[in-house]
Design a protein around this ligand. Sequence first.
Ligand SMILES: [Ca+2]
Length: 201
Amino acid sequence: MDRTARIIPVLLMGLVMCGGVARAAEIGGEQINLLENPSFESTDGGKSWPEPWMSYSFQEQEDMTPAEGLRRTGMQSMRLAARGAPGDFEGVIQVVPVTGGEYYTFKAYLLNDRNERLGGSAYVQLVIEWRDKDGVEVGRDYGAQRDAGLSQTRWDPVELSEKQAPSSAVRAVVGIHLFEGGQGGEGAILVDDVELVKTKR
Ligand SMILES: [Ca+2]
């Protein structure tokens, strides 16, 4: 696939339709990960993009690539690199069917790239965008901002816990986003083992 075909402007995310059927959130008491390919694996040794993840950038050309070697599980992770572009942001996203009124927890593991440590004003954040049946955003939840203080040796779990889908929401756009900040960012972070589960309240 042409890489440019995967660049999805933020404002058009609502048009992304997901053909998947919502899976049971629990089987035998075990929580089920609603995301596909949560570990960013490719079927051909990293040569192709890890579907069904999608990437986007706000302004400048994005810089996200599967990273072999530095991974938490499997053969690779996803590397998000800063581009020294003040005010810009990029991210890797997946669209998932959800049920309005239910609670969801979104989790990922992050690692600072020890070869090109995150710096400048860059930070990473988990985001859930809730969409209604027409693709209109009806709510948004942000996780904590993580910056250069991220560990370079230990995969750090980050989590958006027990967020309630608005009553009109039928799908969520979940993403890991790298924001450049006011001065522009440097370096890169790695993401692996992402999870979206329905949680009881
Ligand atoms: Ca992996």
